[in-house]
Design a protein around this ligand. Structure first.
Ligand code: SF4
Length: 444
C-alpha cells in the first residue's frame, strides 16, 4: 500500500480542543482550561486499506475518529474525502456524504436502541437516506443480516435477545446498509470475548475484501491492531507519535512509545524472558501537556544533554526526581509515590538518611557516574533537607533534556514511515537504531 498514491481520505492539522470553563463568567475571567484532545493530526487513508490507530486510553483516538466523520465538530484542520473538504461542506451535502462514511461503535450493548427491533435498527439508515422502501427494504435488511453471518429471520427480534458478538454484527450490518466506502471502527472488539473477537475481525476482513472497504481501526490492543492493519498510527496525548506500514512500525519498533506499548503485550508463553519496558508515571493531563516532546515525562530513552555523561537509567531517574520535585508541595509529598508514602519528619532525619531515602525512592545510585551531575544532585538533596523545595527544584533545573525543549518533527525513514522523536532527527536505519545526532545512551 503506497503512501504516495492519492488517498481516499486526507486529514490535515486536525484539532479538537475542549473548553473546561463551566460558564460565561468563567470564560470571561479566563478561568477555563483547554483540553487538547486531538492536536494537529495529519493522516492519510488509502482505498481498500486498514489504518490502525493505537494508544493508551485517553490518548484522543476516539475523539480523532469522531472528529474525522464530524460526529463532533473539530476545532480546526481539514478532512478531505476524495478531494472534497468535509469540515467545510453544507449540512445537506454532509448528510449525503455520510452514506459513504460510517462508524462502528465500541460498545455493542449501548450502541443499539433496546426499544427497536433489529429490522428497524438496520432499516433506519435506509429510511434516513431514502435508499429502499417496502419489499426492497425488507429484502435488503435480510441480505445485510446474512452478510454479517446472522439469520434473515432475526428482523423482529430485539437487541437483548443477542450475545455481544451478535450485537456487534448487527452494528456492522447497520453500517453496511448505506453501502459505505470508509468505516471508522472504534474499538469494535474490545468489549467481546477473545474467541468472539477473532470472529468479528475475520468478518471485517471478509467484508473489506468483498466490498473494497477502507477502515480506520481504533484500538488500544496492539496485537489486534497488528493483526488487522496495513498501516498503523501510534497516538500519544493527542498527537501522532509514529505512523507507517505495520511491519515497519512494529518489527522492530522505532519510537520509544511504540517500543513500550509492544513490550507490554502479554506473552502466551510462560517461559518468555523478554524485557518489559516500564514507563514512569502516568499519562499526563491533556489540559497542560508537557513541553517539547509530550512523551518526555515517561520516555525510557529521553535524551540527556551533552554536558552530562550518565547512564540512561540514571538520567531517567534524575528527570523523574526533577518532575516530582517541581510538583511537590513538601518533602513528604515528594517521597509519596504510587508504591506508597514515606512519612518524613525532617527534624528527625539526618541529611545522609534523607539522601538515601530520596535515592531509593527514585532508584538512584549512592553516587552518580557523572561527578558534575552528582554535585548538583547532592546540593538539591541538601536543600530538601532544609525543607526548601523551591530551592531544590531550582538546583535540579540544571538537568534539562533536549526532549523538554524541542517538539520533534515527523522524521521520515522513507515516503511511508514517519516518527516523531528527536532520536531520529538525523535519520535512522531499518534495525530501529537511531542514526546519531544525539548522545543518548540506551541500555538494553
Ligand atoms: S523525543 Fe525524546 S522523549 Fe520524545 S520519544 Fe524521542 S527520545 Fe523520547
Amino acid at each position: 500500500m503506497s503512501d504516495t498514491s492519492d488517498p481516499i481520505l486526507r486529514i490535515e492539522g486536525l484539532k479538537k480542543y475542549y473548553d473546561t470553563s463551566s460558564g460565561f463568567v468563567d470564560s470571561l475571567l479566563g478561568r477555563g482550561q483547554t483540553v487538547k484532545a486531538v492536536d494537529d493530526v495529519a493522516l492519510k487513508l488509502h482505498e481498500g486499506e486498514t489504518l490502525g490507530v493505537v494508544g493508551e486510553s485517553g490518548c484522543g483516538k476516539t475523539t480523532l475518529g469522531r472528529s474525522i466523520l464530524r460526529l463532533i465538530e473539530p476545532t480546526d484542520g481539514n478532512v478531505y474525502y476524495r478531494g472534497e473538504e468535509l469540515t467545510d461542506v453544507s449540512s445537506t451535502r454532509l448528510r449525503r456524504l455520510k452514506t459513504d462514511l460510517q462508524y462502528i461503535f465500541q460498545d455493542p450493548f449501548a450502541s443499539l436502541d433496546p426499544r427497536m427491533t433489529v429490522g428497524d435498527i438496520i432499516g433506519e439508515p435506509l429510511d434516513v437516506h431514502g435508499i429502499a422502501t417496502g419489499e426492497e427494504r425488507i429484502d435488503r435488511i435480510g441480505e445485510l443480516l446474512e452478510t454479517v453471518g446472522l439469520s434473515a429471520n432475526y428482523t423482529r427480534r430485539y437487541p437483548h435477545e443477542f450475545s455481544g458478538g451478535q450485537r456487534q454484527r448487527i452494528g456492522i450490518a447497520r453500517a453496511l446498509a448505506v453501502d459505505p466506502e470508509i468505516i471508522v471502527c472504534d474499538e469494535p472488539v474490545s468489549a467481546l470475548d477473545v474467541s468472539v473477537q477473532a470472529q468479528i475481525l475475520n468478518l471485517l476482513d471478509d467484508l473489506q475484501e468483498e466490498f473494497g472497504l477502507s477502515y480506520i481501526f481504533i484500538a488500544h490492543d496492539l496485537s489486534v491492531v497488528e493483526h488487522i492493519s496495513d498501516r498503523v498510527a501510534v497516538m500519544y496525548l493527542g498527537e501522532i507519535a509514529e505512523v507507517g506500514p505495520t511491519e515497519a512500525v512494529f518489527s522492530p519498533p522505532h519510537h520509544p512509545y511504540t517500543e513500550a506499548l509492544l513490550s507490554a503485550i502479554p506473552e502466551p508463553d510462560p517461559l518468555w524472558e523478554g524485557d518489559r519496558i516500564t514507563l514512569s508515571g502516568t499519562v499526563p493531563s491533556p489540559i497542560d501537556p508537557p513541553s517539547g516532546c509530550r512523551f518526555h515525562t515517561r520516555c525510557p530513552r529521553i535524551i540527556q544533554p551533552d554536558e552530562f555523561d550518565l547512564t540512561q537509567t540514571e538520567w531517567r531517574s534524575i528527570v523523574d526526581l526533577k518532575l516530582h520535585a517541581s510538583d511537590a508541595k513538601s518533602v513528604k509529598s515528594l517521597t509519596t509515590t504510587e508504591e506508597g508514602s514515606v512519612d518524613i519528619d525532617l527534624s528527625a532525619v539526618s541529611n545522609d538518611q534523607l539522601d538515601r531515602l530520596v535515592r531509593a525512592e527514585f532508584s538512584l545510585p549512592g553516587e552518580l557516574s557523572d561527578p558534575e551531575a552528582e554535585t548538583i544532585l547532592s546540593a538539591a538533596i541538601d536543600r530538601l533537607h532544609a525543607g526548601e523545595i523551591a530551592a531544590a527544584t531550582d538546583r535540579l533545573g540544571a538537568f534539562v533534556s533536549p526532549c523538554e525543549r524541542h517538539s520533534p518533527e515527523q522524521y521520515r525513514s522513507d515516503d511511508t514511515h514517519r516518527i516523531a522523536c528527536l532520536l531520529y532527527e538525523q535519520g535512522f536505519d531499518s534495525s530501529g537504531d537511531s542514526a546519531g545526532g544525539t548522545d543518548a545512551v540506551v541500555e538494553n
